[in-house]
Design a protein around this ligand. Structure first.
Ligand code: GZL
Length: 334
């Protein structure tokens, strides 16, 4: 229940009792909901829209809860304002999907001082004291990066064995998501570490796509005006991949199973899986957004006084065209 409102209502009810003893005893009961304030990153990608839908559908179906969502439009300051508004409103619980990891110490301390529990959803935060939040539920981004690098190692080896006399330099173009977001930090680290250990792998460019299709199309179009020697695109989410594919098409550069460029993408949305099944994208690394039910379970464990692990990972895999069928793609939730 909203603490501030419930106190006011109780006071007014008591005053009503005192001031007019003939108050109708059957006053309508005050709606009593467990209010959750949710600060969401934005609407930058299909992944994010699916994540928001998973959260809203989970709580909309339960009269006990009221989910109040604030969309930060990928601006961290908007998140700080939303969280402080939740504190003033006296919500019972706060969920934050952080835009970036840095900068959260003060506002999370204010939440703790207000005695409101916090769950971090999806990305994480860089704070000295992890008691500032109950748990972080989301992907193991390091594992995602490893799945991508493992595949690229096998693919490079396969090409080397298939064409032993050819040059085996692998020219990699890197499309980065929002700089400072956990997903970007760890997916980037996986690639940069791998390039440092594979002498024949070369980073030919790192472009900032901010996890959006529009920005990726813009930076790719500009890049391709002067650079066309690309063997692999390592794109940190599907929407940036879609923008890159559009730019490649316009530049006349082929990609996919029989194309010049092999594309690695993260999220594995239905649209990306279809391109993968059709041989246009080479690897889709899954990043599952559908964890609204798991978040609700964690909140109910908290309310029952049960212990909660500091990190809850969602299960994920990776797909090439060989693991996919049309049924798998058609059955995709997001
Ligand atoms: C990953 C999430 C990323 C997705 C992008 O958990 O933070 O943000 O990979 C989204 O699609 O924008």
């Amino acid at each position: 229940m909203r603490r501030f409102c419930s106190v006011l209502l109780c006071l007014s009810f008591l005053l009503g009792m005192v001031s007019c003893s003939t108050t109708n005893a059957s006053e309508p009961s005050v709606e009593d909901k467990y209010v959750i304030g949710f600060s969401q990153v934005g609407s930058e990608s299909d992944w994010r829209l699916a994540n928001t839908k998973s959260m809203t559908s989970t709580f909309a179906g339960d009269d006990e809860y009221e989910l109040v969502i604030e969309n930060a439009r990928q601006i961290q300051e908007n998140q700080f304002s939303a969280v402080r508004k939740f504190i003033l409103e006296g919500v019972d619980f706060i969920i934050i999907a952080p835009t970036v990891e840095e900068g959260w110490q003060n506002v999370l301390t204010e939440v703790r001082d207000a005695n409101i529990p916090v769950i971090l959803l999806d990305r994480s935060v860089a704070v000295d004291d992890d008691s500032l939040y109950l748990t972080n539920i989301g992907s193991d981004f390091s594992k995602q990066g490893k799945l991508a690098i493992d595949w690229l190692e096998k693919e490079s080896e396969f090409q080397k064995n298939r064409h032993p006399d050819e040059d085996h330099t692998v020219q990699i173009l890197h499309l980065q998501g929002t700089i400072g977001a956990t997903a970007q930090i760890q997916r980037t680290k996986a690639l940069e570490d791998a390039i440092n250990t594979h002498s024949e792998w070369e980073m030919v460019g790192q472009l900032y796509g901010d996890f959006t299709e529009a920005k990726a199309y813009e930076v790719m179009t500009d890049y391709l005006k002067t650079n066309k020697n690309i063997d692999v695109i390592y794109s940190e989410n599907d929407n940036m991949t879609f923008g890159a594919m559009r730019a490649l098409d316009e530049a006349g550069i082929t990609y996919g199973t029989n194309g010049q460029v092999k594309i690695i993408t993260f999220d594995a949305t239905r649209e990306a899986l279809q391109y993968c099944l059709d041989g246009k994208i080479s690897l889709c690394v899954e990043c599952n957004p559908m964890f609204g039910p798991s978040v609700k379970e964690l909140i109910e464990k908290y309310r029952r006084g049960e212990s909660i692990p500091k990190h809850v990972y969602v299960d994920e895999t990776a797909y090439t065209t060989y693991e996919l069928t049309q049924d798998i793609v058609d059955g995709r939730e997001y």
